[in-house]
Write a protein that binds this ligand. Sequence first.
Ligand code: FES
Ligand SMILES: [Fe+2]
Length: 357
Amino acid sequence: MNTPSTTVSLHDFGNFLRDIWYFGLPSADLKPKQFKAKVILGEPILFGRTSDGTPFALRNLCPHRGIPLHYGHFEGDEVICPYHGWRFNRHGQCTLIPSLTSDSDVDPKQFGVLSYPVREAQGNLWIYMPAKDRQAPEPALEVPLVPGFSATTQPQAVQKFIFPGHLDQVFINFMDPAHAPFVHGAWWWRTRGKLFEKAKTFDPSPYGFTMRRHPLLRKSWAHHILGGHPEVEIIYRLPGIRIETNYTDRHTFCFLITLTPINEHQTELTSIFYWTFPWLAPLKPLLAPFAREFINQDLRIVAKQSEGLAYNPPLTLIKEADNQAKWYYQIKREYAKAIQEGREFVNPMKTQVLRWR
Ligand code: FES
Ligand SMILES: [Fe+2]
């Protein structure tokens, strides 16, 4: 940690963490009796919701001949495969094979499809990705929550992006303070290329680390509209969760970023906004393009970086400005090790002040 720089390579991006919750989709995107097909960590997933609103997730492949189940339909609360009509309940259990004769000794129940634990909170649907091809028991791990909002809160706004890069690459971009003046130097954000000395305290927090809550000294345009004496806190958490909370004297504005790998080369980013400012809702159509452009600036730089990473160059992490990226790798490695060894995760990160310009 005290060496001036560390060299890593694309290979260090390594495998995705398993036995952990990933963001699946916004709750509002899945109505009762609807399917949503997605690819997560390279696995085809079928999200569904029964008529009483219970969400579920199954491997999106029929165990008979492999057709994706989202081409089928709901009958009652069961999924019907479009090819030969096999039926599956929300636990993935096959309940009927239409071609079987009444005296057949074949038991449909033996042809299940893998089901994934799902949980819903704050308008987000999370999916637990177990070690490959393993049916996961109900996980003890909690899903990530944004602070200061109840479990039944719904987000005020959601935006989605597909980043052309590996999860690690994209997540590190969002914990990297040194790119902001160069990548986000638009007139409405800050003055391009103008550098200020900064010192921020970081503490360990569940499955990650947190930039300790502190007053904003130099207010950006966006912070001016929040008014009062704004303070900010940023939580980073495995596997790719960033929660920025801005507090003013009376109100809270929370910006949640979730990263879910589609595969090694593509990562879905969802920005989810929660706030308590009553007057902010009517401004949504005005502010949405700015929020989108801000993330698109990151997307464009990550796309360019991916061009270079295709050659697998060694990468350099320097001290202070890149320490958060180093912590991320350490925390990720420890999580994988703890799972492998069947023990509690021990956060390797220690409270530290980082300085950069
Ligand atoms: S492929 Fe699904 S029932 Fe045959
Ligand atoms: Fe950025």
